[in-house]
Ligand binder design. Structure first.
Ligand code: GLC
Length: 669
């Protein structure tokens, strides 16, 4: 198979007639821009690669040109969707990043494409050229000539370089370097964090989830998880080492283009993987290639959908710009397209009645069944901040203006919804306690038909006089009253809560310090599910027994988010208290993933040691505390314009009856 010297990759509609499908229907309710004309990936050529063709495609033995479309499961499809880069001896020489355009191959060879019923309304990235699909060479790094400088080549059909506007990289960027005086514990943590760095063709691209040399069964903890890398990324950014973050953002962006298939079904495009692994595949003699192998959930326990990955990716992209001052990355056409694809997935119409994002169980940090399907707070808080980030980063032009409008509307509707319906404190619980039920009308007070009997016994005694929090989930006739830490902390950081609510959440954490911090910060949720609840809701999960792991375990990684929330609310002393607590135990305990028991006294029964995000979370917390100005770049204040949109919308709808006049109170706080 010979590679054409130059090719151009265009993004085509999913239903492109090119693939033998009818032309797309027009969807009048699709408010989003045409992405089809945007070139997402760029071809270039290099003759050295011609003989690697079959290998680079990553479909060794799995795909045969003569194969008829069939639904026969090809077990390794998920695994074969790889980036591939050929390396000679070691990868430090001149290297090329290559993508095997497997997405197109899947379309060409799999009936899963033809039998799809979940076509969404938006654009898809297609690689034209049909059966003669070629690998995409997207980035070229001339290590030997100028180490550390990324050089972006965009090559048109004639092999001309047409755009290198984004080649200005980190060399032009002033990154604050902080944390000069490090304690012994910090020094150790840095050493461990650096040891966990994963390289791809000589460049750092992420960190292993855990790096315990004694662990003989790492399962997937030897992968780079998107969510786990976030605190590592912040640590590196704050340290002035932004290269790894830039590489991570670009490589995960490229993985986003893959078709992902679970059995014969593919979820929507724009999904970011939960994790990826760099695999070394032998070629002939002493040659080998490195491939990036993503997991979109098709190998994950329970096949959970990594909804949070794309949201974290957007949040990190914005943080990268804010901290480095390098905005060229987010301005790149392919990066802009990546943002839009994620948003298309999140903003597309469904059967939803609420502005909150509807997801399946285990679609975030808690990636196992824990009764968090529906509209879990964590996803809503990340969604809200990803929307705020995107609004800042999207280049406004004719093509994106509808999307920006959709973002604004969703932001205000979402914040109203969460502030009004997820919030509980003494007063609100007392209201729920006296709720009338079965109210049929548009101005019902008890809109979700919550039966007061649902108020759990533990809550009646637990809720402090001062303080409150956002509940974990809301569905028809169901409020999940558990306190989920990440969702509440990120609501503070992103200003999803009102200023008063944000303050009250910290007050509650302070009042309930022993329960939420105990011997190790921080409880992932409170309280644990026990007895029948554990049996029914977790499905008798032996890893999620009461007060262990996701079910009321204590996770040191949450420290950085707590620190950021405290700093935003002007209460760094609270964060310091938690960081001191962690600093005393973490090194001696070998940086566990989580702790067990009601007060977090024991290292988690199945906790990994040298868990990277425990280490990075600690380091990031330390550096944030030392650098309040930098920290302030990473949180959001109240957006009064959004409130205005919300109040107007409520007024115009003419059928407003908030249980506590939240629209007005939002303005007043
Ligand atoms: C566990 C956690 C998940 C994390 C992964 C890797 O599955 O629940 O949030 O990303 O481990 O550390």
């Amino acid at each position: 198979m010979a590679m054409k010297p130059c090719c151009r990759i265009l993004i085509h509609r999913r239903n492109s007639a090119f693939f033998g499908f009818p032309s797309p229907k027009s969807h009048s309710h699709n408010p989003f821009p045409q992405i089809s004309s945007i070139s997402r990936l760029n071809f270039t050529h290099n003759h050295e690669f011609h003989n690697f063709w079959p290998r680079i495609l990553g479909f060794r033995g799995a795909i045969d040109r003569t194969q008829k479309p069939s639904c026969a499961p090809i077990a390794n499809w998920g695994k074969s969707r790889v980036f591939s880069s050929a390396c000679y001896g070691n990868c430090l020489g001149r290297s090329l990043y290559v993508i095997a355009s497997v997405a197109s191959n899947v379309r060409n060879y799999s009936t899963s494409v033809e039998t799809r019923v979940n076509e969404n309304n938006f654009e898809r990235i297609y690689v034209p050229n049909g059966l003669n699909v070629k690998p995409l060479i997207v980035e070229r790094i001339d290590k030997d000539e100028n180490i550390g400088r990324d050089e972006e080549f965009r090559v048109d059909d004639n092999g001309e370089r047409v755009n290198n506007e984004n080649s200005k990289g980190l060399l032009n960027v002033e990154v604050p370097s902080v944390g000069e005086e490090e304690s012994a514990v910090e020094k150790e943590a840095w050493k461990l964090l650096r040891n966990a760095v994963v390289t791809y063709c000589g460049s750092p691209v992420g960190t292993l989830a855990a790096n315990d040399p004694a662990d003989k069964q790492p399962l997937n903890y030897d992968q780079v998880f998107i969510r786990d890398f976030i605190p590592s990324a912040f640590a590196f950014l704050l340290k002035g080492e932004a290269e790894i973050v830039r590489h991570f953002l670009l490589h995960t962006l490229q993985l986003q283009s893959w078709e992902k298939t679970v059995d014969c079904y593919s979820p929507g495009q724009g999904l970011m993987p939960a994790s990826f692994k760099v695999r070394t595949v032998p070629l002939d003699e002493n040659k080998f290639e490195e491939v990036l192998d993503p997991d979109f959930g098709e190998s994950a326990i329970g096949r959970v959908a990594p909804v949070d990955s794309g949201l974290w990716w957007i949040i990190l992209l914005r943080a990268y710009g804010k901290i480095t001052g390098d905005y060229t990355l987010q301005e790149r056409v392919d990066v802009q397209t990546g943002i839009k694809l994620i948003l298309n997935l999140c903003l597309s119409d469904g059967f939803d009645m609420f502005p909150s994002l509807l997801v399946t169980d285990g679609s975030c940090m808690i990636d196992r069944r824990m009764g968090i399907h529906g509209h879990p707070l964590e996803i809503q808080a990340l969604f809200y901040s990803a929307l705020r980030c995107s609004r800042e980063m999207l280049s406004v032009d004719e093509g994106s203006k509808n999307m920006v409008r959709a973002i604004n509307n969703r932001l205000s509707a979402l914040s109203f919804h969460i502030r009004e319906y997820y919030w509980i404190d003494m007063k609100k619980i007392n209201e729920i306690y006296r709720y009338k039920t079965e109210e049929y009308s548009t101005d019902a007070t008890n809109k979700f038909n919550i039966y007061p009997e649902q108020i759990p016994h533990w809550l009646v005694d637990w809720i402090p006089e001062k303080g409150g929090y956002l509940i974990g989930n809301l569905q028809p006739a169901h409020m999940d009253f558990r306190f989920f830490t990440l969702g509440n902390l990120w609501s503070i950081v992103s200003s999803l809560g009102t200023p008063k609510q944000n303050e009250a959440i910290l007050n509650l954490i302070e009042a309930k310090w022993d329960d939420l911090m105990g011997n190790m910060p921080l409880k992932i949720c409170y309280p644990a599910l026990e007895y029948d609840e554990w049996r029914i809701i977790t499905g008798s999960d032996p890893k999620n027994t009461p007060w262990s792991y996701h079910n009321g375990g204590s996770w040191p990684t949450l420290l950085w988010q707590f620190t950021l929330a405290c700093m935003k609310m002007g209460r760094p002393e609270l964060a310091r208290k938690a960081v001191d607590l962690a600093e005393k135990r973490l090194p001696g305990d070998h940086w566990p993933e989580y702790y067990d028991t009601r007060n977090g006294r024991f290292i988690g029964k199945q906790a990994r040691l040298y868990q990277t995000w425990s280490i990075a979370g600690f380091l990031t917390s330390k550096m944030l505390l030392d650098n309040p100005e930098v920290a302030s770049l990473l949180f959001w204040e109240e957006d009064y314009e959004l409130l205005e949109i919300c109040v107007c919308a409520l007024r115009n709808s003419g059928r407003v009856k908030c249980s506590r006049g939240v629209a007005k109170s939002q303005i007043l706080v």
